[in-house]
Design a protein around this ligand. Structure first.
Ligand SMILES: [Zn+2]
Ligand SMILES: [Zn+2]
Length: 284
């Protein structure tokens, strides 16, 4: 990420009300706030206000529950479940709303809303990604089920102690199911976001800054992305949605969005059920 500079930073903090857009922590002096870029380029459209600890997590840090789980398996995992189901639950509704609004056209007031919603959702999905990566590592390393007995007090690659063996023995299978379903849901949500952004590009706008762009099939082949002339972020390629006449086929693009949303909804139901069962096991 390139350095956004102090003036841009202050504008971003002001716009976001000097509040971390992930956890809500407020700091009017901005001492504990940092801008986080959801895109390659740190333009105001792509920057979000985060607090120091959320910024650290987003930049590759270990989630707090990952440390807790070493000494308090139930407590740590309960906190993980609460965070992931909460964040993903909100994201499911937000992503569906974003897709609906985006495909309905983004003129006037809808422009600011698009940029704000996009930042908020992309940030939430990044946070979930961090938790899911840590969860996946735990599922693998805590020995579900094979290595369950060897993990007492050893240290993994990230330098964190592994959770005690009862994790793999008692909770391994249901934890693995939750991890798998949450990862599937995450993939559907990411896909809806990408497709909704593609619809904006198909409509002749950069999906980041919304400035007008030329829509054309790239000569470099499918998925080659060009930088936006205004914000310099890579524009989503539309090649996949161009029909034989060289026109953009919106109907199949919209259908793909609906299908992803249906899959997301179905995955959410299954995930809710499994997370509920796991949460009950943890508080017993
Ligand atoms: Zn925060
Ligand atoms: Zn742009």
């Amino acid at each position: 990420m390139n350095d956004p500079g102090e003036a841009v930073e202050t504008r971003v903090f002001e716009r976001d009300g000097y509040r971390c857009r992930n956890c809500g922590e407020s700091d009017q002096d901005a001492n504990s706030l940092e801008p986080y870029a959801i895109d390659d380029r740190a333009t105001p459209e792509s920057l979000v206000t985060t607090c120091t600890s959320c910024h650290a997590l987003l930049s590759g840090g270990v989630p707090a529950w990952r440390r807790t789980v070493v000494t308090d398996v139930e407590g740590g995992l309960f906190s993980l479940l609460k965070t992931v189901t909460g964040t993903q639950g909100t994201a499911v509704g937000d992503v569906a709303g974003f897709a609906t609004e985006t495909t309905a056209g983004i003129d006037g007031d809808a422009r600011d809303r698009y940029r704000a919603d996009r930042r908020q959702i992309r940030l939430a999905l990044r946070v979930v990604e961090r938790h899911l990566t840590a969860l996946e590592t735990i599922c693998e390393e805590s020995g579900y089920p094979a290595r369950a007995r060897q993990n007492n007090g050893t240290v993994d690659d990230s330098g964190e102690s592994l959770p005690p063996p009862e994790l793999g023995r008692l909770l391994g299978p249901s934890l693995a199911t939750v991890s798998e379903l949450a990862t599937t849901l995450q993939a559907h949500l990411q896909q809806v976001m990408s497709l909704a952004e593609t619809a904006v590009v198909a409509d002749g706008h950069c999906h980041v800054c919304l400035e007008p762009i030329e829509v054309e099939s790239t000569v470099d082949g499918p998925n080659a992305s060009r930088p936006c002339p205004s914000c310099r972020n890579p524009i989503r390629p539309v090649d996949e949605w161009i029909d034989e006449d060289g026109a953009i086929a919106l109907a199949p693009l919209y259908r793909a969005i609906s299908t992803e949303l249906e899959d997301a909804s179905e995955t959410t139901s299954r995930l809710t059920e499994h997370s509920g069962t796991l949460a009950e096991a943890l508080v017993e």
